[in-house]
Design a protein around this ligand. Structure first.
Ligand SMILES: [Zn+2]
Length: 215
């Protein structure tokens, strides 16, 4: 935890804006992140450590900690995605193997929202599938292709949440997430429980769900 590591304390803002801000503390060797509220409520930990971990095109989240490969540490999308995991799966947990749509879909939505990106996807598969739906021996291209894990869970998953946000309205959508972050804090939820919370807040959202799960 020396070279390549920076540590920042989060900003305490709660409302609005529904965004957080990436700042490089020392562009030469160190990177820092200062958070603002992404619409999910306050950052759940007293600090966040961004650790540069190897040269690879790789990043991974842990509570209050993100490992990022050198190849992507300057990529704002990667950073925003990984930081969003501090809310979804860290503050509000899920089974990341069985239920990746909960955390990966929401992390992707958050990154897209911050960056103003679109929600294109080409997968025809349902978004509520476990990681092991895709064989571990797949080549990277198969993971990234239209029938792949990333296209289905990340891209189509983000489009699903974006459509849900449109259907509910941003206020109700984020209020649902914030409510769960409070009531289930540091617990686990399933995708069924999350989708049920959307429906409870805004009746009729199952029509959105049906478009993305072929229900
Ligand atoms: Zn992720």
């Amino acid at each position: 935890m020396s070279a390549g590591v920076d540590r920042c304390t989060t900003a305490p803002e709660t409302h609005p804006p529904a965004r957080f801000v990436l700042r490089r503390a020392r562009p030469d060797a160190f990177r820092g992140v200062q958070l603002r509220n992404p619409g999910y409520g306050p950052y759940p930990y007293p600090s966040l450590t961004i650790a540069e971990a190897g040269p690879r095109l790789w990043a991974h989240e842990f509570p209050a900690l993100v490992f990022v490969g050198t190849a992507v540490i300057d990529d704002a999308y990667v950073m925003y995605h990984e930081i969003a995991h501090q809310w979804f799966y860290a503050a509000l947990g899920n089974d990341q193997q069985a239920d990746p749509i909960v955390d990966e879909g929401l992390a992707e939505l958050s990154a897209n929202t911050v960056l103003g990106r679109g929600y294109a996807y080409c997968s025809s598969l349902r978004v509520d599938q476990p990681v092991d739906r895709w064989p571990a021996g797949h080549l990277i291209g198969e993971w990234m292709g239209c029938g792949g894990y990333f296209e289905t869970i990340y891209h189509k998953g983000a489009a699903f949440y974006d459509a849900m946000r449109d259907r509910m309205g941003s206020t109700a959508f984020y209020a649902t997430l914030r409510s769960l972050l409070t009531s289930e804090r540091f617990g686990l939820i399933t995708h069924d429980e999350l989708f049920a919370a959307f429906e409870a807040r805004t009746p009729g959202t199952r029509t959105v769900l049906g478009r993305f799960t072929n229900h």
